[in-house]
Design a protein around this ligand. Structure first.
Ligand code: IYR
Length: 225
C-alpha cells in the first residue's frame, strides 16, 4: 500500500491473455454486441428483481468524473407507476410527433416505425430510468460538484444496455422529450434530471426489427499508424 497525495493506492492485477486469446475474445465480444437490437414490442413475462439488481450494480461500475458516480437508477415494476409514466410519456410524445418534431426528423425516423404510442411502458415488466445527478448536496445542504456528468452517465448507460443484452433480455433507449415528468412522478430530488428510460424484458413472440445495417469499420474507424 502506498499513499499518493494523501490517498491510499493499492496494487491492481489486470486480466492478461495471450495475443491470440485477445483476438478471439475481442472478436467474440463484437459478434455478441453485433447481435443486439433495440426492441419496441415486449412480452409481459416476469423478470426476477435479482437480475435487475445485478444489471444496475454492473452499470454502476462505469468510470465517472472524479469517481463521483453521478447517477441514480430507478427500477419500476409497480403497474400503477408504469401506467402514470406511460400516460405522461405519451402526452409529451403526441405533442412532439404532432407539433415539435420537424418533417425531416420524422422522415429520418421512418425505418423505426415509431409513433407517439408507447405500450411497452406498461407491458415490459421493468422500466429502468437513469437520472443524472448534476450536483450533490453536502450534509449542511450546500452544493458539491459532479464532473463530466453527461459523459459518465452515458458510459453507464452503454454498460447497462450491454448487461441487459448479456442477461438475454432486450431493451430500447427511450427518450421522451421533455422528460421532466419522470422527476415529478418518481419524486426525485432537485439535483436529479431524467437521462434515459429503458424498458427491460423479453421480446414479444415474433418481434420485427427494422432491416438496417450498422456502419462498417471503414466508415467509423480511422487509423493513424
Ligand atoms: N422520442 C421519440 C422520437 C424518437 C427519436 C429518435 I432520434 C429515435 O431514434 C426514435 C424515436 C420516440 O421515442 O418515439
Amino acid at each position: 500500500m502506498q499513499v499518493i497525495h494523501g490517498f491510499e493506492h493499492v496494487p491492481y492485477e489486470p486480466l492478461r491473455f495471450e495475443e491470440s486469446v485477445m483476438i478471439e475474445r475481442s472478436q467474440e465480444f463484437y459478434d455478441w454486441l453485433e447481435a443486439r437490437r433495440s426492441v419496441r414490442e415486449y412480452s409481459d413475462k416476469w423478470v426476477p428483481k435479482e437480475i435487475i439488481e445485478n444489471l444496475i450494480k454492473a452499470a454502476s461500475t462505469a468510470p465517472s468524473g472524479a469517481h463521483k458516480q453521478p447517477w441514480t437508477f430507478c427500477a419500476i415494476s409497480n403497474p400503477e407507476l408504469k401506467r402514470q409514466i406511460r400516460i405522461a410519456a405519451e402526452a409529451e410524445e403526441k405533442e412532439s410527433y404532432e407539433r415539435r418534431m420537424s418533417e425531416r426528423w420524422k422522415e429520418d425516423l421512418k425505418p423505426m416505425a415509431t409513433n407517439w404510442q408507447k405500450p411497452f411502458l406498461e407491458v415490459a415488466p421493468w422500466l429502468i430510468i437513469m437520472f443524472k445527478r448534476v450536483y450533490e448536496f453536502n450534509e449542511d445542504g450546500s452544493k458539491a460538484n459532479n464532473y463530466y456528468v453527461n459523459e459518465s452517465v452515458g458510459i453507464a448507460a452503454g454498460m447497462l444496455i450491454s448487461g441487459i443484452h448479456r442477461a438475454g433480455l432486450v431493451t430500447l433507449t427511450h427518450t421522451p422529450s421533455p422528460m421532466n415528468f419522470l422527476e415529478k412522478i418518481l419524486e426525485r430530488p432537485k439535483n436529479e434530471r431524467a437521462f434515459l428510460l429503458l424498458p427491460v424484458g423479453y421480446a414479444a413472440e415474433e418481434v420485427l426489427v427494422p432491416n438496417i445495417r450498422r456502419k462498417s469499420l471503414e466508415d467509423v474507424g480511422l487509423f493513424f499508424e
